[in-house]
Design a protein around this ligand. Structure first.
Ligand SMILES: [Zn+2]
Length: 483
């Protein structure tokens, strides 16, 4: 054991009149005997200063570790007698606010560090690392500190970003509000799905157009495939009857020779491959769920309970999947799949025909970044279809407006879109008008919602680090505290 009478005082919590009496160090623990020596103290009730000593007593406190070794503070504090006879407090213990809170077992500075660990690492993770550093705190203690930490009061923010996040997908959604100037989360709240929709879509954008659900999409895709096959058959057949040989036909149509062999002798167009929709246990209840969805019910659990009452005897996950599908289809913006095929064109050489996705990407690309071929292709598309030409022009104008933050051109753009041949653009403009102020702000202000996305990412990271056991209140505290 090592003992010294003259230790460095800076290692102690800073407080007037605090003197170190003794240091005792062994393998596991540094024990410090500390005494408060201020001649007087103020009564916590009447604030009258007094020097009339009543007694002394010992408080044992945990303090910050020294080099990985735990530190115990044996703090001798005094009790004083109150001077004012009318004060209800006759005897009081002196307060050392910079050292320790009344009744606390840990010094204030240790508490602060533990709180930081709780915010950064949560309960379990925090405890593990703290042990290694010579501090002891149970996971529940750390989380209690996180919950109990005072919320920072914010001045009125000038620019905020708002976005939604899923506390539990399909069940409960939250809203995050970020002060874009200070880069900090101001609030994050959750609401039940019904309320959620009521607040988010009050603008009336949610008159539920019946969303396409997955097997309808499949059916549509398979119909499209069949139309393309019939078209191919017709071309092969025509060239075959005109006397072209297999090699020629394959080359001219850009198809494989196998296809030519398969189709040239067929007198009737090939039958569609029937898309078999496997019967699913939820199918009998789908119409009901769709109706309820149309009525505005967004609560997966509730819908599950309702269909169960009607005799559905299987798990909730099928309902949850359908609800998620509906949510994606219904809340997502933009047009349906039909819009994309409207400007469909057939070009002679298969190798140069881009897919629908590639063509859409071309429409969005900046003109100066297009190759000569791509430009020529877009010109050809435009001459074939007036609506597509309009869509292209408006897309480019809109993108330019976004890049250069030219919100003042928005009204002009909306007029142009309204007058255009492209139905998809008219619909897009209609959608923008529902939230015109926000759109205008987005096109004028230089603030971006990037920080909000970042904070939501962080929130998800924190949520997952708590092994899914986080309550919302705790998650909220950690997100607010960590930003
Ligand atoms: Zn008093």
């Amino acid at each position: 054991m090592y003992s010294s009478k003259k230790p460095p005082m800076t290692l102690l919590p800073k407080a007037p009149g605090l003197t170190l009496e003794e240091v005792a160090i062994d393998a596991e623990m540094v024990s410090l005997s500390v005494e408060s020596t201020c001649p007087s103290a103020a009564c916590p009730l009447c604030t009258q200063k007094t020097a009339r000593l009543h007694s002394r007593y010992l408080r044992t406190l945990a303090d910050l570790p020294w080099g990985g070794c735990s530190v115990r503070l044996s703090l001798r504090v005094r009790r004083f007698r109150s001077l004012r006879s009318e004060c209800p407090r006759k005897i009081f213990a002196e307060r050392l606010p910079s050292v320790v809170e009344p009744y606390a077992r840990k010094t204030t500075r240790l508490h602060e560090i533990l709180e930081l660990f709780g915010f950064a690492l949560g309960g379990e993770g925090g405890t593990r690392l703290l042990r290694r550093l010579g501090m002891k705190a149970s996971p529940s203690t750390l989380l209690r500190y996180v919950r109990g930490s005072a919320e920072v009061a914010y001045s009125q923010p000038h620019a905020v970003g708002i976005d939604d996040w899923a506390f539990r997908r399909g069940h409960r959604y939250g809203t995050m509000i970020v002060d874009l100037e200070r880069h900090a989360v101001i609030r994050t709240e959750t609401e039940s799905p019904e309320e959620d929709n009521a607040t988010c879509f009050s603008a009336g954008s949610l008159t539920p157009k019946r969303p396409r659900i997955w097997y309808e999409r499949q059916l549509e895709a398979s119909r499209g495939r069949h139309e393309r096959i019939v078209e191919q058959w017709r071309n092969i057949r025509r060239l075959h009857l005109a006397g072209a040989d297999v090699h020629d036909i394959a080359k001219r149509l850009g198809v494989s020779r196998e296809s030519v062999y398969r189709y040239r002798r067929m007198e009737e167009p090939p039958e569609p491959v029937r898309f078999r929709h496997k019967k699913r246990v939820l199918d009998p209840y789908v119409p009901y769920i769709l109706r309820r969805w149309g009525e505005g019910c967004r609560n997966g659990t509730k819908l599950y309970r309702e269909v169960r009452e009607q005799g559905y005897a299987y798990g909730a996950s099928n309902v949850a999947r359908l609800v998620a599908e509906l949510r994606r289809a219904g809340v997502g913006s933009g047009g349906s799949a039909n819009d994309r095929t409207q400007g469909g064109v057939l070009l002679p050489d298969k190798a140069t025909v881009p897919t629908a996705r590639q063509a859409a990407a071309l429409l969005l690309k900046r003109t100066q970044k297009l190759t000569v071929d791509q430009k020529a292709y877009l010109v050809r598309l435009g001459t074939l279809d007036k609506a597509l030409a309009d869509a292209y022009r408006l897309t480019q104008e809109f993108a330019k407006m976004v890049r250069r933050l030219e919100g003042e051109k928005l009204d002009w753009w909306l007029e142009e879109a309204d007058a255009s041949e492209a139905a998809v653009m008219r619909r897009f403009a209609k959608g923008l008008k529902k939230d015109l102020a926000a759109v205008r702000a987005g096109l004028t202000e230089s603030w971006s919602s990037g920080p909000v996305e970042g904070f939501i990412h962080k929130l998800k990271l924190i949520k997952r680090s708590m092994y899914g056991r986080a309550s919302f209140a705790l998650l909220r505290s950690r997100v607010l505290g960590a930003s």
